[in-house]
Design a protein around this ligand. Sequence first.
Ligand code: AHR
Length: 518
Amino acid sequence: MTAADTPNRTEPMSPLTAVIDLDLPGPRISRHVYGHFAEHLGRCIYGGFFVGDSDDIPNEGGIRLDVVDALRALQIPNLRWPGGCFADDYHWRDGVGPRESRPRMVNSHWGDVVEDNSFGTHEFLQLCELLGAAPYINGNVGSGTVRETSEWVEYLTRGDDSPMAALRREHGRDEPWSVPFFGIGNEPWGCGGNMTAAQYTHLARQYATYIRDHGETAVTRIAAGANVDDYLWTETLMQALSGLGGTDRRDLFQALSLHYYTYNGSWSDKGDATEFGTDDHYVTMKRALRMRELLSGHAAVMDAYDPERTVGLVVDEWGTWWNVEQGTNPGFLYQQNAMRDALVASVHFDIFHGFAERITMANIAQTVNVLQAVILTDPDSGALVLTPTYHVFAMNVGHHDADRLPLTFKGTVPTLSVEGTDVPLVSASASTKGDTALVSLSNLDADENRTIVLDLRGRDVVGHSATLLNAPTLQSHNTPEHPDAVAPVEHTGVRSHPGGLAVDLPAHSYVTVSLHLR
Ligand code: AHR
């Protein structure tokens, strides 16, 4: 009996067809949906991004240049920092001025280790400049003050001889930085202060008032939003903007966030990153696909208060969260990243594209050495490993700032019943930019190969090329010894078909098809 014969599956009789209207561009997919997140957590900053300027690893001002090069290749649009939970413990003045005289602090959320503040504001902004990424700085509402936040924004962005601008110059930086995104605390319903929605909303209004536009850039203030399906939290924040026109809203916040992680099992035992069974894979896919339900719910609440969609939804923490690798500090959240993680990423991007009207940013948690990292660095040799998730980001660069295309499946989408829910076994999205289009296709089936026919309408397709990300097993992953166990290759399984272009999708694979249009 093949997997297709199992009773809890539905299978189409003939190849599934994806109809794509190439001449009907929809909303723009912001490049910021491909954003990143770096917290003072485990080896994300220290050992990941930053090694200090006396290390043998090639660096500029202590920032690892191999990491910078790898991320530049992804054209990462933004980087969120310094947390996460750490942000609401962080006092920015401790991280400026001569490194040797910076005060220390305890990173009580993450491993209870001592933080020496050697990576602070100037180092972060230098990193963003090296990356060509927009800084997204998260302020401290949980244990900070309004004055502290206000002065940080002044320090960062003011050009004249104001007190904070003068202090910045004393510390070696003449020109202000452009900081287009500023977060008003993090997870205030939990680690950021255990607040109620009403309590936080009052504070968000107050803090937002003092996050001023000093320079040319109008800061997007991002209110800390809901945990998973807390729609009341979103509603409470949206009520604060209710009745305010666009200009008055400038004084408050222009976006709100959402956090949702994918894990297997329970919060206390989330499953292993590489030792898992086929059933675990399907549960993971079911949970990853839940992002669509969550975005529908939060977007519906936002639509009720903001039908013009001027307020952005920012998914500034998403990704897989597994049990830590054996022998590593449980507070460091270090996990491997397998072919399964790549599929979690690819379906998230399809879902984000589907909500392009509302989602203005998303940030994978986290970029290096923490949770669903795109880069892992070896603590002993320093070797850098690109994960399967990295390759999904690379294959999707063509979606940055492209216009979403309508994509509809014709025929029966194969599904598998997982814990009473029919989980689709394929996922897809498409976008266009000028005379190109990019189609993303995921086969979530652990065992079955599948062919999808692309029925391409509305414009002439004059050429195509395709890339395949696949591996022997869903558990396959990259290590310093085998850095290319999961790596993209040119895909030869694309051919003409009476209905369009037939694309072969091996079991558990991700494929992108680039089209050249006329
Ligand atoms: O990304 C790890 C942690 O997860 C973040 O610090 C926090 O915001 C979330 O709970």
